[in-house]
Structures are given as C-alpha cells and as structure tokens.
Ligand binder design. Structure first.
Ligand code: UDP
Length: 321
C-alpha cells in the first residue's frame, strides 16, 4: 500500500523484505531486495546499490499474542534488526527514517483518548520491542543527528479500495480479516452455528465486556507516512518525533462483528472464549498532533467504509491467493 502511494507521489522506491510474512507479488514491478534485517550485510548490500534519501521501516513481527510466546524472536527481529538497520544507515550517511511504531507502547491507558505524552508502559513483548526502538531513535538523534518520525498506529485495518491489495497473513490473527473469513465461510454455504470466530474475553471493563480498539484505514496510515517523509526531506525534523495515528473512536469486538454483519449481509456468529494474553482492554488514540503538525486528514475514518474495503478484497482477491 505504501509503495503504491509513494509511486503515485513521484518517489522512487526500493523494497527490502525477507518475505517471511510479505508477498513478492504485492510489489511486482518494483525493485525488491530479498534480505534480512538480522543480517547487517544484507542491508549494507542493498544500501550500496542506490543513493537513498530516507528509509521507511515497517519490517517487524507484529502479533501481540505471538510476541508473548515467541519473545526472543520478537526481540531479535524487531530490536536487533532495527539496530542493524540504523547502523547500516549511518555507515551510508542516511539520517532520515519513518518508523512504524504502535499504540501498544502505551500499555493500559490511564486516560482516553491517548495522547503522545501519555506514559509508555507496554504490557506485551511486541509493545516493548517497539518502545526500545523508539528509545534508540531518540538516543541516536542526540548522538548522531538521526532525524526520525515514529508513527504510533492504532489498529491498521481495511484494504486499498482498488480491491487489488489486501491483508494476506498466514496464519491470520487480526480481528477484521478473521470476521470476514468467517463471513466467506458462511457465504460458501457453511453453517453459521459452526462458527470459527472466537472473541477473546467478554469480561473487560468496557460497556459490552469486549476489547475496544481504534481502527484506522491502511491508506490513511500511508498518507501520514508520506507527510512524515516530506517533513523529514524538508529538514523540519531536528530530532525524534512521534505521532499517534488513530481516528479517536473506539469500537468493541462486538461492534466490529456487527459492522461486518451489516456490510456483508451475512449472519456471522461467534463464541466468547478466555482473554488473549497481552491484550489491554481499550486503546483509543488522539491524533490531534498528527493533524496539526503533519496536516494528516484521514479519508476513510468510518468503520463501515474500512470494513467494506476489506470485504471487497476478501470477496474478489483473497480466494485467488
Ligand atoms: N480479537 C478477537 N478474536 C480474534 C482476533 C482478535 O477477539 O480472533 C480481538 C483482540 O483480542 C483485540 C481486537 O480483537 O481486542 C483486535 O485484535 P487484533 O489482533 O486485530 O489487533 P491488535 O489489537 O492485537 O493490534
């Protein structure tokens, strides 16, 4: 999604990916360097091939639940991999980076909506790995003059309205794709009573007892990255900046399922099971700073639209992949 927007904005893009979770065909037509951030020589080789202005760093393991059981892998990939990237960037004189951070760095919120000044006390290894990298960005700003923008995403969701790009995770763990995969099962004649859909916890202190999240459309996230990149290139960033990217509205798991029922017209059912380790009850963000400083204006803030774009992908393209 980001590469598409970068190209539309006239940028030249090189993709670096180990393809452990990504798909080469999603960036067909672009230069793809298959390498691993855990191997610094891969990064050096890639950076030596062009004169880069900036780096956008998305490459992370990003499943809260998995991070609890595979913590070592998360620290290796997310922390050691980022340290390698920053080391190689400095060797090649590249000092601008946009970093994918997360609302998971905040942990259990003390007040909502969460602003950037909220204390960061992550409650799972995923959030901790991202917070360590944010710390590196701040420290390297002082030590080496690194210029960075960390974007703290709330829940990335939706798909490109073209229907050509979408979420393709194997195994899938995210809520909206899983609800829509259940909808596909019913659409194909599956019995709604045999639901595969699990709701993790019905005993949170939220109005309906299920977790509340702030869903933000992937293309809106990309728009913020473009604005962040422009800000860096115009030398408006002197150190490490961080911005929340959310819509400021919370939806419970049951709200999401209801929206998916409306969008798909299918009788999706679910089963409530125990909580997933590492899940805070409610995460809703204020993106006032991103709006005022970056000029960010989300185009798809409405949950119905976010789900509709995802459903379009799932009905048209997902099954072919
Ligand atoms: N969730 C759920 N069932 C699922 C997957 C997710 O109830 O099969 C819940 C999860 O506990 C969280 C919310 O849906 O409260 C969003 O989870 P997701 O994994 O999509 O994103 P996260 O909040 O972990 O970044």
């Amino acid at each position: 999604h980001m590469c598409k927007q970068l190209q539309q904005a006239g940028h030249e893009v090189v993709v670096f990916d180990n393809l452990s979770r990504g798909h080469a065909d999603a960036v067909s037509g672009l230069e793809l360097f298959v390498g691993d951030l855990k191997n610094i020589d891969d990064i050096r080789q890639c950076l030596s091939q062009h004169d880069f202005d900036a780096v956008m760093h998305f490459a992370a393991l990003a499943y809260v639940g998995e991070s609890v059981t595979a913590a070592r892998e998360y620290y290796n990939n997310n922390v050691a991999g980022s340290a390698n990237l920053l080391q190689a960037m400095s060797e090649f004189g590249i000092n601008k980076i946009v970093f994918s951070s997360t609302c998971a760095t905040y942990g259990e919120p003390m007040e909502t909506p969460i602003t950037e000044g909220h204390r960061q006390l992550p409650v799972n290894p995923y959030g901790r790995t991202k917070m360590v990298v944010e710390g590196m960005l701040s420290d390297f700003a002082i030590a080496d003059g690194l210029q960075s923008i960390a974007l703290r995403y709330f829940n990335a969701a939706g798909c490109d309205p073209s229907g050509q790009l979408g979420e393709r995770h194997f195994p899938e763990t995210h809520l909206i794709p899983l609800v829509l995969i259940e909808a596909l099962r019913i659409q194909q004649g599956g019995d709604p009573a045999d639901t595969q859909l699990k709701v993790f916890g019905g005993d949170f202190s939220t109005p309906d007892g299920t977790c509340i999240r702030d869903y933000v459309h992937v293309n809106d996230l990309c728009q913020a990255h473009l604005l962040a990149l422009e800000r860096l290139i115009l030398n408006k960033v002197s150190g490490a900046e961080a911005y929340n990217l959310g819509n400021g509205t919370g939806f419970s798991v049951l709200d999401v399922i209801n929206t998916c029922r409306t969008v798909t017209g299918l009788p999706i059912t679910y089963q409530i099971i125990e909580r997933r380790p590492g899940d805070p009850g409610a995460l809703v963000g204020s993106a006032a700073l991103a709006r005022s400083v970056l000029g960010w204006q989300p185009k798809h803030p409405d949950l119905n639209t976010i789900v509709a774009t995802a459903w379009d992908w799932f009905t048209h393209s997902y099954r072919k992949n």
